[in-house]
Design a protein around this ligand. Structure first.
Ligand code: RIB
Length: 297
């Protein structure tokens, strides 16, 4: 089984701030760092560090070679990453004293995928391979539909939530991983259990994972529910915690089919990511999860 992550690749400009700027407010940055990021890149790296065979497909600009190297260093196959004339996607991230963030994403090259390119990439994959998507590239609806038609399994992280999501054939998605804000946006509900009731009512066969930050995570498929607590850690920067969770969850769940075990491993990995700065550099290696379990962290 191989994972094809068709996803975004961003350069993250991370501004440390005392508090996140409110509408109309100007705040001074306490420091600027550049990190490799993009939900797609982060998820590919998390899958690879969890032990999966991962192929990344997507677009960068001529300015994106460092990001390509970051994927390669993590053991991700980048033969399906193309260079376009558009500049590489980027994100402006504010991180406050509590480690909370606020992110603006500029799509850039991530919006330049073509149907011909999608067809070419998918022609190299077949069941039981899994396609992994987020909402930071164009043509997601086409990729979902074509992968589903081929019998591949489709995992979607509908982040960032926007109007395009309404166009996606969600009934063709096998696994949805989302956070509370995204769940509320998709259902109009605020309570986690109601979000899951709504989603599983609409898509009874879908595996749904709802992440709740420090309150843990929930799994639902039809009437089956699982609950997982979060591991308490000192929060430094929550960026890429969700991507780390997703990579570790998918690697384990697609191999073992046990949501409880996959959630436990994923929440340990996310806890480590939260205790570090940056996006992809914060994603732990598999061995580090055992250290957390044995209290050496
Ligand atoms: O999930 C974190 C990521 O969101 C960042 O790396 C940033 O690039 C945005 O895509």
């Amino acid at each position: 089984m191989r994972f094809l992550c068709f996803g975004s690749i961003n350069m993250d400009y991370v501004y440390r701030v005392a508090h996140i700027a409110a509408p109309g407010e100007t705040v001074s940055s306490l420091g600027l760092s550049l990190f490799p990021g993009g939900k797609g890149l982060n998820q590919s790296i998390a899958l690879a560090r969890a032990g999966a065979e991962v192929y990344h497909a997507g677009m960068i600009g001529a300015d994106g070679s460092l990001l390509l190297q970051e994927l390669e260093r993590a053991g991700v196959d980048v033969r399906f990453v193309r260079t376009t004339e558009e500049r590489t996607g980027n994100a402006i991230i504010q991180v406050d004293d509590l480690g909370q963030n606020s992110i603006i994403v500029h799509r850039g090259a991530n919006g330049k995928n073509t149907k011909t390119f999608v067809d070419h990439v998918l022609s190299h994959f077949a069941p039981p391979d899994v396609v992994v998507l987020q909402n930071e590239i164009n043509l997601n609806e086409y990729i979902i539909h074509c992968a589903h038609e081929k019998g591949m399994r489709v995992a979607l992280n509908p982040s960032p939530l926007d109007a395009e999501l309404a166009l996606y054939p969600l009934e063709e998605v096998d696994l949805l991983i989302l956070n509370e804000t995204e769940g509320a946006g998709m259902t109009g509900e605020g309570e986690p259990s109601k979000i899951l009731d709504r989603l599983s009512g609409r898509y009874p066969k879908m595996h749904i994972v709802l992440t709740l930050g420090e309150s843990g995570s929930l799994y639902r498929r039809g009437r089956e529910t699982r609950i997982c607590r979060a591991h308490p850690v000192r929060v430094v920067d929550t960026t890429a915690a969700g991507d780390t969770y997703l990579g570790y969850f998918l690697e384990n769940f697609m191999r073992n089919g046990d949501p409880a075990q996959a959630m436990e491993i994923a929440s340990r990995a996310a806890a480590i990511a939260i205790s570090r700065k940056g996006a992809s550099p914060s994603i732990p290696f598999r061995e580090e999860l055992d250290e957390l379990e044995h209290g050496r962290r």
